[in-house]
Design a protein around this ligand. Structure first.
Ligand code: BTN
Length: 319
């Protein structure tokens, strides 16, 4: 694949492939057939050799790795055409010793999981449904802001790959035109002072059309394609996400959450405005004053008092 890509749009001769790979012509032919079965469009012409004409819209590890500029995030990839949930698979892989920064990615999830026990709609080939496995040696109490860090990474990746500028809704939903285009679900296994593993699950709605979404979420969810008007490369988006993630994760490990929080605040669209924070128990209205170093939302209530929220669903209210 590397040789075919390097010589695009020209042919590579069968002889060069045999020589470079140290295999027979029959072996080269078999491999080309295998690539065709994966969806690669490869022309073969007598006396000229092979030419790559088209690459399938699939999140194959070799495509993600080709041109990926990271040192450890996404360098080890577990790929599934279909998975129940990448977060669940990632947990099993972490338990059996998957390397730090390993990526689990699926074309489709049959039991995608969302926050607060909800599901996550993950149709085949239309989004980036993935989980990262990390083993940060920090106190478990320092881990929650990682979800906010991830939101910053996705926002920057969306800007690079699709030219769109999403906003963050506290704590970590990404919005375009007021609709959700990405959700993040972080899960952790820890002892009092030590993290065993951390799973950061990210679902980005990339190339869904409006009518692809189930009716219940059609008013509140959207995809990148609905704003660009054309397909967005899932590979480019995922690569940009992994690169941004590595950069921000390093900053977080070395300098703490403050510099990342500053970036997060720049992208947040639910700060310094009237909001409603809802949880299973209650719904509280107030002014979104700030977000503290632990990622908690500080709400100024109507009576002037300040109240801290660790979790909840924010909705905007008119000024
Ligand atoms: C949310 O409810 O906002 C969080 C949604 C998280 C969805 C992603 S898709 C990849 C990973 N696997 C899952 O089952 N969930 C997360």
């Amino acid at each position: 694949m590397r040789l075919l890509k390097e010589s695009q749009p020209e042919f590579v001769s069968g002889e060069v492939l045999c020589k470079e790979l140290g295999v027979s012509r029959t072996a080269v032919w078999k491999h080309i057939q295998a690539l065709r079965a994966e969806g690669y469009d490869i022309l073969s012409q007598q006396n000229a050799g092979y030419r790559l004409v088209g690459v399938p819209d699939r999140l194959y590890p070799q495509e993600i790795l080709s041109g990926l500029k990271t040192e450890f995030i996404g360098r080890h990839i577990f790929y599934y055409p279909q998975a129940p949930s990448t977060n669940i698979l990632a947990r099993d892989l972490a338990l059996s010793g998957a390397p730090d920064g390993a990526l689990v990615v699926a074309e489709e999830q049959t039991g995608g999981r969302g926050r607060l026990g909800r599901g996550w709609f993950s149709p085949c080939g239309k989004g980036v449904w993935c989980s990262l496995i990390l083993y940060p040696s920090v106190n478990p109490a320092a881990a929650p802001p990682l979800t906010m860090l991830t939101a910053v990474a996705v926002a920057r990746a969306v800007q690079q790959a699709a030219g769109l500028v999403p906003g963050i809704k506290w704590p970590n939903d990404l919005l375009l035109g007021g609709k959700k285009i990405c959700g993040i679900l972080t899960e952790m296994s820890a002892e009092i002072e030590r993290i065993n593993y951390l799973i950061i699950g990210t679902g980005i709605n990339v190339n869904l059309n409006g009518e692809d979404f189930p009716e219940e979420i059609r008013d509140s969810a959207a995809s990148l394609k609905m704003f660009t008007g054309r397909d967005v490369s899932r590979i480019k988006l995922l690569q940009a996400y992994l690169q941004e993630m590595e950069q921000l994760y390093r900053i977080w490990l070395e300098e703490g959450f403050s510099p990342v929080l500053e970036l997060w605040k720049e992208i947040c669209v639910t700060l310094r405005r009237p909001v409603r924070v809802s949880s299973l128990k209650e719904s509280v209205e107030g002014w979104a004053e700030d977000v503290d170093e632990e990622g908690n939302l500080i709400l100024r209530l109507e009576n002037g008092a300040l109240r801290k929220f660790v979790a909840g669903e924010v909705s905007l209210r008119p000024f």
